[in-house]
Design a protein. Structure first.
Length: 125
């Protein structure tokens, strides 16, 4: 496994995340309405941004140069920022917590889909 393999896997995880977010939002919209679907999309967007932050952290750890300025602050304070965003989404904007929390799990589902994809595609090689 080389760097190209990991780059392609991360790219597929991003696509799986988008597809899972859209499918989940459609399911929430069909079952509960548009407001819970919007809450699901907000949660999945927040989690996708956190996933991007983790990517930045992994890149910074594997690099010889240190993250600068805003990138370093975002790495350090991303959980506080995520908590603040969740507070605003649930308490101030008034979204129901369950779809928002379900949206937070979208990148985990995307990683599971990527694992299944890799297992299935390896069988056909």
């Amino acid at each position: 496994m080389n760097e190209d393999f990991y780059r392609r896997a991360i790219q597929r995880i991003r696509w799986w995340t988008v597809l899972a977010a859209l499918a989940g939002a459609a399911a929430w919209a069909a079952g509960q309405g548009l407001r819970p679907a919007a809450g699901f999309l907000l949660g999945s967007s927040l989690s996708a941004l956190n996933f991007r932050g983790i990517e930045m952290l992994a890149g910074a750890l594997g690099s010889s140069k240190r993250p600068r300025g805003l990138a370093a602050l975002l790495i350090v304070f991303r959980y506080a920022l995520a908590g603040g965003a969740l507070y605003v989404i649930v308490r101030i904007l008034g979204f129901t917590p369950l779809p928002v929390l379900a949206g937070l799990l979208v990148p985990f589902g995307a990683v599971v889909l990527e694992i299944l994809y890799e297992l299935i595609s390896r069988v056909h090689e």
